[in-house]
Design a binder for this molecule. Structure first.
Ligand code: ZN
Length: 359
């Protein structure tokens, strides 16, 4: 009996002891994990703070390459190392007869500029010494922050023939530099989202005919406006914007069209404005249409050759897929160069200065 009593008494305490041990274990685990959490929070906040400092530094060095997820090798003016300040000065110091033409033309259409008190910009050299200490090219966003903008100097980046598989990348680059551009589009199947992205991201969408097929579009005035109506309606359907800004395939000076209808360009140059459209040629040619993926260095050099002759340069480039990959690669350098010369970059509007070829 006593043994039994003893046995049952002992077995009564076992669960209590186990329970107490279990509770003690739980308490210590909880304490340890709280302590670790506190440490972890402290540690991670230190890490993220130092990371963000580090990232900021990286962003300054090669932001487009590191952060945007672009799949192309990005070049900047400093990478290309072909900007020579003396060359630029020589170009801008040349007597530029065309600038006078540009100015007199632009004064009547650019109300935004003419409403400002007249700036003494014509006598200033276009190259700004203070923006380029020791002739160095400052990388990327430093241009944007420190290059003084010259009143009335506006560059229009224009991309013809798109959209393409590169449109998003072009838009990312434009966004990064916070500049606006103009896309003269034609019809491409299954790319509705790209037309829409152009508009949604604040750029100008403009018309470059539906098919870009010279023998169709330049057969007659009727055929041309049919092409314009079709692309205008399509763009309106997918973007909600009804554009009245046109660029003729080949430009207003093209000579190919006469094979399809003699004198068609002369007639169109009159009937286009008569129907409420404006047309834009270009005065700075990147020449990216002249070769399959022309080297980015060459594209930049082509822009540098004539940009500073004009207060309102209209720079021709193409958003045309695989054959124009290098245009995307050169774009950061081109934008940085244009900035370095004191220009802002805007999308074309109906009342913007319109470059017209007169040859
Ligand atoms: Zn074209």
């Amino acid at each position: 009996m006593t043994d039994k009593k003893y046995d049952s008494g002992f077995s009564f305490y076992i669960p209590l002891v186990l329970l107490a041990a279990f509770l003690l274990g739980c308490l210590s685990v909880a304490l340890i994990s709280v302590r670790e959490n506190v440490l972890q929070i402290t540690y991670s906040s230190e890490v993220s703070a130092s990371d963000s400092v580090k990232n900021k530094k990286n962003v300054r060095k090669s932001p487009v390459y590191d952060d945007s997820g672009l799949k192309y090798r990005m070049v900047s003016a400093s990478d290309l190392n072909i900007q020579k300040e003396e060359d630029v000065k020589k170009t801008s110091a040349e007597p530029v007869s065309s600038e006078d033409d540009t100015d007199s033309d632009s004064s009547e259409v650019s109300s935004d500029v003419s409403s400002q008190p007249a700036q003494d910009v014509s006598s200033e050299p276009v190259v700004s010494d203070e923006a380029e200490p020791d002739g160095l090219i400052l990388p990327n966003d430093q241009y944007i922050n420190f290059t003084p903008h010259k009143e009335g100097y506006v560059a229009y980046l224009t991309f013809d023939d798109g959209p393409s598989e590169y449109t998003e990348d072009i838009l990312d680059i434009l966004d990064y530099y916070n500049v606006k551009a103009t896309f003269f589009v034609i019809y491409h199947k299954d790319m509705a989202d790209k037309y829409k992205a152009i508009v949604d991201r604040g750029h100008t969408i403009a018309l470059h005919t539906y098919t870009h097929d010279y023998k169709k579009i330049y057969r007659s005035e009727k055929a041309f406006f049919n092409e314009i109506d079709r692309i205008q309606n399509y763009v309106y359907r997918v973007t909600g914007t009804r554009s009245r800004i046109i660029r003729f395939p080949g430009g207003s000076s093209n000579t190919v069209s006469r094979h399809y209808s003699e004198g068609i360009m002369d007639r169109l140059k009159k009937s286009v404005p008569a129907r409420g459209f404006v047309y834009h040629d270009w005065n700075v040619d990147s020449c990216d249409a002249e070769a399959y993926n022309m080297a980015p260095e060459k594209l930049l050099a082509n822009v540098q050759k004539s940009l500073t002759k004009y207060r309102k340069p209209d720079i021709l480039m193409h958003d045309a897929g695989e054959s124009k990959r290098t245009t995307v690669e050169a774009l950061p350098a081109i934008i940085e160069y244009v900035y370095s010369q004191g220009y802002s970059m805007e999308g074309l509007q109906l009342d913007s200065y319109a470059v017209h070829h007169n040859w």
